[in-house]
Design a protein around this ligand. Structure first.
Ligand SMILES: C[S@@+](CC[C@H](N)C(=O)[O-])C[C@H]1O[C@@H](n2cnc3c(N)ncnc32)[C@H](O)[C@@H]1O
Length: 279
């Protein structure tokens, strides 16, 4: 009997066994704090089988063992990059930038802001535009440390080039002042201008890292829509570390669905998911 042709056309869906899935979830949580829900199983199967094939390994189990045994391997970046969720936007949760603008007017220059989960850059560039517009004296200055664990997202952030679709949420006044519109082969793209680009330093930084900055204190920290992927003890540990790197009276901006009120006494809710450090 002839075999129906479609059997040859449909590629086999990669699968991941329960043990391997749990192993991957353990490694991801231990390294990056990110909790891998079972709804991510298909996506994990695709990712893990692609990565193991790329390294010429026989199975996902072997891939995970090699990863675990090589804690300083560059493969960790590829593994983590595959599981991060980078959703972000310019002027996301706009009320925070109004609060930031008012807040910095009460602070002494130089202003220092840490954007601790900067993803593809929309958030730190929004902070930079807000700061530029809020500094009052010509010699006032501000800088932003923009970090993320995801090396691919950071690469896009460092490029500072976005589609016109992505910059739709940037008000026209800011768009004209802080972006170059591409022409000819760059039509449809917008590039951030040095006026804001030069205020930002981009670095890879894992919020679970044992070594935190010791030489810098911040007026404000943005860590929005990231702690939701961590469990409560991890969130508490990170919050207490944030408190230790803030200037007196500094503020922490959290995401719309994040509530840190009961996790630590190091911060006090100021309103609209903004917290003031208690010192
Ligand atoms: C949903 S995005 C949020 C982006 C931005 N803060 C916002 O609210 O628009 C979450 C970001 O957290 C980053 N992330 C996840 N775990 C991290 C960790 N352990 N250390 C640093 N960044 C992490 C991810 O790579 C991702 O870019």
């Amino acid at each position: 009997m002839p075999v129906p042709q479609y059997q040859f056309l449909i590629p086999a869906q990669p699968e991941v066994g329960q043990d391997d899935f749990e192993h991957a979830a353990r490694l991801l949580k231990r390294r990056a704090g990110i909790m891998l829900g079972s709804h991510k199983r298909e996506m994990a199967a695709r990712t893990l089988s692609t990565r193991s094939q790329k390294l010429g390994l026989e199975s996902i189990a072997q891939y995970l063992t090699v990863l675990e045994q090589n804690q300083s391997s560059a493969e960790w970046n590829a593994f983590i990059n595959a599981f991060t969720i980078n959703h972000t936007a310019f002027f996301r949760e706009q009320h925070h930038f109004e609060i930031l603008s008012e807040f910095v007017r009460t602070r002494k220059s130089p202003i220092s802001v840490w954007c601790a989960a900067a993803s593809t850059g929309e958030e730190p560039y929004t902070i930079a535009m807000t700061l530029r517009e809020s500094l009052q004296r010509a010699d006032d200055s501000a800088s932003i440390w923009a970090t993320d664990i995801d090396t691919q997202a950071l690469e896009r952030a460092r490029r500072g080039v976005y589609s016109l679709e992505r910059v739709k949420t940037v008000p026209e006044y800011y768009l004209k002042k802080y972006f170059h519109r591409g022409k000819d082969s760059k039509a449809g793209l917008a590039r951030v201008k040095p006026a804001i680009y030069d205020m930002i330093r981009f670095d890879q930084f894992n919020l679970l890292s044992p070594s935190w900055p010791t030489d810098q204190k911040f007026d404000a920290i943005f860590c929005r829509n990231t702690m939701i992927y961590f469990d409560k003890p991890t969130q508490t540990r990170i919050l207490e570390r944030f408190a230790s790197v803030m200037k007196k009276g500094g503020v922490l901006f959290a995401g719309h669905s994040e509530n840190f009120t009961y996790l630590t006494k190091a911060f006090q809710l100021r309103g609209q998911t903004v917290y003031t450090v208690v010192s």
